[in-house]
Design a protein around this ligand. Sequence first.
Ligand code: ZN
Length: 135
Amino acid sequence: MPDQQFVKREDLIDALRELGVTIAKGDPDAAKERDEKKARLLQAKNEFGATMVRAEHEKNTLQTQCTHQKENGEHATGGQALSNGNVLIICQRCFKEWQIKPSEANLRMIERGDLSLSGIRPPQEEPIGAEVLAR
Ligand SMILES: [Zn+2]
């Protein structure tokens, strides 16, 4: 069997590949493939990160500029009483959330059975939105 002693390296690699063997070392093609795959994954990860940062920025911009009001001037909010005694308020336009201690008016709403706290007044904030718009 003298022929078998002189198997070409490439033929051996091809034969191993056909058998489903992954050649981790010494195969420049496999190493290149691995590096390219790693680079693609890293690029996808970076693009995903950039997209998330952009989305977060857009959400923050929307929330700071939102008046949290409907066109008729009513608060575009809803909420719910939490088991810790606080009230969670959500703006239905920008989805900003606040957790506050309920006021007397809030408690009366809950006692009346208005558990959705529709139109509940959100906490007063610095007018960041107006400042941003004026720039
Ligand atoms: Zn809002």
